[in-house]
Design a protein around this ligand. Structure first.
Ligand SMILES: [Zn+2]
Length: 498
């Protein structure tokens, strides 16, 4: 038997190298340095204890928005809109309230979202309705508010230290900054710029496909209840202004229960089923297919010896694959792009891969080429007012109904014999079939239907699986926006009220 003392001594000798500091590797340095920066930031934002106890924030803001790649015309200057926003968060109770009122893109918005733990509701003050949310998520819904509120990002860093790495030092606004990462519960990682002298957050960045680089600026700090808040916030997308927020009021650590009340004087609707995630094909009429999932749909129309595809939203290759299970042999000869918005041109490479001719208007040529896999070889056919397909199978008309409040040019597909109209972004068609008061864009669509004397029976769209009837459109037009006395009272300090 060995001498126990000797065994112990040799164990210490063997362990000794492990007790020395680990080699200063790049990743270890990135973690350690991030921790130092987080500690300094916590100090600058009132101390670690203050940020731990920062449980609720309620704020009212004025938003100026620019519709980047979503304006009526293809290029800048982008259409400007204004929104009044109210947001309140309570971490302990997993409660979030977000309210928005404003106009943009031919839509009037007056809504709120309430998330209380496992429950959630979407309130439409315009429609006078409350719709329970099928799968409410506190993290997803509160994310946008946290990302624009500097002390809440610091609170995230405190709780999610282990996700943070130091990326390096950079000059920003003529001052040295440290850049560290933050991975929130949902969404791509953020890179946060902390001023080396004040230790306050000046900027954050993330890459968000398909939009590109999103850049957040935190300005005009003001100390509220011992915590510095940036009262001005600017968001840029690919270096172009997208949102400018002026915060008007901020309440810290007050109960937000009063805001999280589901209005009782509005009509409570049934919980809609969650949006389907599996691509589904519906035969609207013989040889006319609406194919899609998750809020993006395309229509495929069978002609004698080819297919005409309409719509360019996300997932066109999957929609083509689903259509191919039914129509096996006919080539897609044409792909119709309804308009130039960035979420409606994603199909261009898919149609190019099918060797199809892309139908658009002359004004959108540059956008379509930029969206293509190969700009030069993209085959384009420009629609002037109307482009007609006509053979023994059927007649299909592609009509430019622009200008509308949403787009200078907008192509719709019209099947006169079947009475089927396919549109994008002009007729909200909720999955539960409950029509909301007609938006300005919907009114314009209805005018066009009357002016052109289209005998529409069925309307299908780029964002809904639902096949609507012309009566649904009429019902929507007959509804008027509801005025609710106490709507948004929590965010309206103006004497004239909502
Ligand atoms: Zn659009």
């Amino acid at each position: 038997m060995k001498n126990p003392i000797l065994v112990a001594v040799s164990a210490i000798v063997l362990l000794a190298p492990a007790l020395l500091p680990a080699e200063d590797t790049l990743p270890l340095k990135a973690v350690n340095r991030a921790n130092e920066i987080i500690d300094a930031a916590l100090e600058a934002y009132g101390g670690a204890d203050t940020i731990t106890k920062l449980n609720s924030v309620a704020s009212k803001s004025h938003f100026t928005t620019w519709a980047t790649n979503q304006s009526r015309s293809p290029g800048p200057p982008w259409d400007k809109g204004e929104t009044i926003n109210f947001a309140a968060i309570d971490f302990e109770n997993k409660t979030f309230v977000g309210k928005n009122r404003g106009s943009g893109g031919g839509f009037d918005c007056n809504t709120s979202q309430i998330i209380k733990g496992e429950e959630g509701w979407q309130v439409s003050y315009r429609g006078g309705t409350v719709t329970p949310i099928a799968e409410p998520s506190f993290d997803t819904t509160s994310g946008p508010f946290i990302r624009v509120t500097a002390p809440l990002l610091v609170k995230q860093l405190q709780n999610r230290r282990q996700t943070s790495h130091w990326l390096g030092e950079v000059e920003f606004d003529g001052r040295p900054h440290d850049v560290i990462t933050l991975v929130m519960e949902v969404g791509p990682a953020l890179s946060l710029y902390f001023d080396q002298e004040t230790h306050l957050l000046s900027r954050s960045e993330r890459v968000l496909p398909p939009f590109g680089q999103v850049d957040y600026r935190f300005l005009d700090y003001e100390v509220i209840d011992g915590i510095p808040f940036a009262k001005t916030f600017k968001l840029f997308v690919n270096d172009q202004p997208n949102i400018h927020i002026e915060i008007q009021t901020i309440d810290v650590n007050q109960s937000i229960d009063q805001y999280a009340v589901v209005p009782e004087n509005l009509e409570m609707l049934e919980t809609p089923p969650p949006a389907p995630t599996e691509v589904a094909l519906q035969e609207v009429e013989e040889g006319v297919f609406l194919v899609g999932a998750a809020g993006t749909y395309a229509m495929f129309v069978e002609m004698d010896d080819h297919i005409v595809a309409i719509g360019g939203t996300a997932g066109i290759p999957d929609r083509i694959a689903a259509m191919r299970e039914v129509v096996k042999d006919k080539p897609i000869k044409y792909g119709v792009m309804t308009h130039h918005h960035n979420d409606h041109i994603l199909g261009v490479p898919a149609y190019q891969a099918e060797d199809a001719m892309v139908l658009t208007v002359k004004d959108h040529e540059a956008i379509m080429r930029a969206a293509a896999t190969d700009a030069d070889s993209l085959k384009l056919q420009f629609v002037e007012d109307r482009y007609v397909f006509d053979d023994t199978s059927r007649r299909l008309e592609i009509i430019d109904i622009g200008p509308t409040p949403h787009s200078e040019h907008l192509l719709v597909a019209w099947l006169p014999k079947e009475g089927i109209l396919f549109e994008a972004d002009h007729f909200p068609n909720p999955a539960n079939g409950r029509m909301q008061p007609a938006q300005p864009v919907t009114k314009r669509l209805a005018e066009v239907i009357d002016d052109l004397k289209l005998n529409v029976k069925i309307i299908v769209g780029a964002h809904s699986p639902r096949i609507a009837s012309i009566d649904d459109l009429r019902r929507s037009l007959a509804l008027t926006p509801v005025k609710v006395a106490q709507q948004l009272s929590s965010m309206d300090s103006s004497p004239e009220g909502p």
